[in-house]
Design a protein around this ligand. Structure first.
Ligand SMILES: Cc1ncc(COP(=O)(O)O)c(C=O)c1O
Length: 399
């Protein structure tokens, strides 16, 4: 991995240390260029100059193929979405639910993969069963299997929860689900671009993800994978010209026989072009190298943070189960004060609830601070951040 080049490609890093990719990553310049070049041309050529439009639609199709290849799918199984939440909703609201259907998820889900299911339940369409996790934050596949019964229709799980950083055993979960003929939706919003993903190997039915985090794509980008055999079962939530065909003989419409059927109108072209450039960028570095580097940085960050007096680090104790996300609190300092002080020193991390209700209750806390280093971060940046927290303790903390 050519870190020097990577950091050159990320202009922000001349001034800031940005250690908050779990929220969103600064995109590399290549992603910004892909979007701005297009926007500039819409101004200078007009967006519907025929040759230009044709070229752009060809590119959009190429990017669909690229995204498919990136996760081991075929082009027809990929839809673009505005974000991870929208992609999840396309499945929640697109499947036809039968009376008595049950959906299982764990208490570690981010709201975007929880509230849409709660709404379905409140409408009487499904029964939601919530698996309790322990402090390890890792789903027990045995416990999960015990919850499956003949009414179980779907299991959904976040590959990497945003608050704990506990990487979930998604392959085993999909295997158990298949054994019981249960559908699976993987929320890969925190792993796309971070962990090698092959949907065929994973054997999941649906996978939703946003582009703005570990893939370093633009905000307003996301993807949805729908297993080919299931495309016809997904009724588009939004409909329009993008996902339908019109039969001029019968004057009737039908949905496209591909995942694109959920894309109702004009594609969000700048975001798709940015997403394509982000896939190219991740490919050029190599997804396995990205994963290994972030794993190393995670371990290093945990080690460094552990030297801070009065620190509590949350999430999996076994480093093997943790990736990229390290939540913590320091006795005598609020998480907001820590982030504020680091920001004053040009280091960006985040504090909040991260909507992690269960985790907050397990540790009896209201909020936490969170480091989430990506491959472009350096050990020196982590050390500097940790030293600054120690300085803050000396200035303001009470041990
Ligand atoms: C685990 C997880 N799932 C889903 C989402 C939602 O993604 P988006 O903000 O792109 O809708 C997030 C965003 O923070 C997330 O962390």
């Amino acid at each position: 991995m050519n870190l020097e080049q990577i950091r050159k490609d990320t202009p922000l890093h001349k001034k800031y240390s940005y250690i908050n990719t779990a929220a969103a990553s600064p995109p590399p310049q290549q992603v910004v260029d892909a979007m701005t070049d297009y926007l500039q041309k819409t101004a200078s050529l007009g967006p519907y100059l025929p040759a230009f439009r044709k070229e752009i639609y060809v590119k959009v199709d190429e990017i669909r193929g690229k995204v498919a290849e990136f996760i081991g799918a075929s082009s027809k199984e990929i839809a673009f979405s505005k974000n991870g939440t929208e992609a999840i909703n396309f499945i929640v609201n697109g499947l036809k639910w039968n009376e008595g259907d049950e959906v299982i998820l764990a208490d570690l889900e981010f709201h975007s993969n929880f509230v849409p299911w709660l709404k379905l339940q409140s409408e009487g369409k499904i029964k939601l069963k919530v698996l309790k996790t322990d402090k390890s934050g890792v789903i027990s596949v045995q416990e999960l299997e015990k919850m499956i019964n003949p009414n179980t229709r779907m299991i959904t799980v976040s590959h990497l929860p945003n608050a704990s950083g506990a990487l979930q055993p998604v392959e085993e979960i999909c295997k158990v689900a298949k054994k019981h003929n249960v559908l699976t939706l993987i929320n890969a919003s925190q792993t796309l671009g971070l962990v090698p993903i092959d949907v065929k190997k994973l054997d999941c039915d649906f996978l939703a993800a946003c582009g703005r985090k570990w893939l370093r794509g633009p905000e307003g980008s996301g993807i949805l994978y729908i297993r080919e055999e299931l495309i016809d079962y997904i009724e588009p939530t939004l409909i329009g010209w993008g996902g339908t065909v019109w039969d001029f003989d019968t004057n009737e419409f039908s949905y496209l026989p591909i995942a694109k059927r959920v894309e109702a109108g004009c594609p969000v072209i700048p975001s798709i072009l940015g997403l394509g450039a982000a896939v190219d960028y991740a490919w050029a570095i190599g997804i396995e190298s990205i994963y290994q580097r972030v794993k190393d940085l995670t371990e290093y960050t945990v080690k460094q943070l552990s030297t801070i007096p009065g620190i509590s680090i949350y999430g999996p104790e076994d480093i093997k189960n943790r990736l990229a996300i390290i939540p913590f609190n320091v006795k005598g300092l609020t998480p907001e004060r820590i982030t504020e002080f680091l920001e004053e020193n040009h280091i960006i991390i985040e504090a909040g609830t991260f909507m992690a209700n269960t985790m907050l209750q397990q540790y009896r806390i209201n909020k936490m601070a969170r480091f989430s280093p990506h491959y472009f971060n350096t050990k020196e940046e982590i050390e500097r951040a940790v030293d600054l927290i120690k300085t803050l303790i000396r200035k303001e903390g009470q041990q």
